[in-house]
Design a protein around this ligand. Structure first.
Ligand SMILES: NC(=O)c1ccc[n+]([C@@H]2O[C@H](COP(=O)([O-])OP(=O)(O)OC[C@H]3O[C@@H](n4cnc5c(N)ncnc54)[C@H](OP(=O)(O)O)[C@@H]3O)[C@@H](O)[C@H]2O)c1
Length: 211
């Protein structure tokens, strides 16, 4: 398949690109800086916030992946993610591509009481703005009825680690292991995301991946 990955040089985008290359797909990785991602992927410069650029880059793709995130140095308001997501959706639509798979956030997942994880008093204050921005993008996806999107929330903790292929797929509820910990490695998350490109089981819905 021909896949265009926005944010391909990020921590998660790199693993997704590597997983796609590993499975023999033709991948174009896009970032604003044009930073190379993984050997075997085409690298190009582009801004997901520019719908015309997105349309040009996405044209002819079988699927588009969004692995974008605001800069970590505080130079960008996390809420930029919401406006950028609108532009990305507009560009993908203009390209005539219907499949869009997004790396989401865990903050909007529901805990056992039905409350959003981000509203838990123990939720780290420092990551609240980005968690709320991701919750806003989920609302944007949920209002998008003409594209086959999938929004994939990672577990609360997503870190580098082993590629095991052993994880669970959930819906709107935060998945935790026997110790009550919600976690997944980046390579396993990438497997679950690429599975949704090859054999979609969750169209126009949010899923989560965790152990
Ligand atoms: N548990 C959780 O909820 C959780 C945990 C970790 C990450 N996440 C989310 O997962 C996403 C990816 O995380 P990450 O750690 O991989 O982020 P990252 O390492 O900061 O990578 C983000 C990538 O997106 C690119 N990018 C940003 N804005 C762009 C734009 N407008 N157009 C094109 N490319 C753009 C960046 O490159 P340039 O700056 O060069 O464009 C970079 O390659 C983020 O949205 C993050 O918030 C969620």
């Amino acid at each position: 398949m021909r896949i265009v990955v926005f944010g391909a040089a990020g921590s998660i985008g790199t693993a997704i690109t590597a997983e796609l290359i590993h499975r023999g797909h033709d991948v174009t990785g896009v970032t604003r800086s044009g930073r190379a991602s993984v050997a075997g992927a085409h690298t190009t410069t582009g801004d997901a916030a520019d719908p015309q650029a997105v349309a040009l880059l996405a044209s002819g793709a079988d699927a588009v992946v969004s692995a974008i995130g605001p800069r970590h140095d505080g130079s960008e308001d996390p809420l930029i993610l919401a406006t950028t997501t609108r532009s990305l959706i507009d560009g993908v639509r203009a390209a005539g591509v219907t499949r869009l798979v997004a790396v989401g956030g865990a903050g909007s997942l529901l805990d056992a009481t039905g409350a959003q994880h981000v509203d838990n008093p123990h939720f780290p204050e420092a990551v609240k703005p980005i968690a709320l921005a991701h919750a806003a993008t989920l609302d944007i996806y949920r209002d998008t009825h003409d594209l086959k999107w999938t929004y994939i929330s990672p577990a609360a903790s997503i870190e580098p680690g082993e590629r095991t292929g052993q994880f669970r797929i959930g819906g709107d509820t935060l998945l935790t292991d026997k110790r009550g910990v919600s976690r997944i490695t980046i390579p396993d998350y990438a497997i679950g995301l690429v599975d949704q490109i090859e054999k979609p089981t969750a169209i126009r819905t949010r899923i989560t991946l965790a152990y």
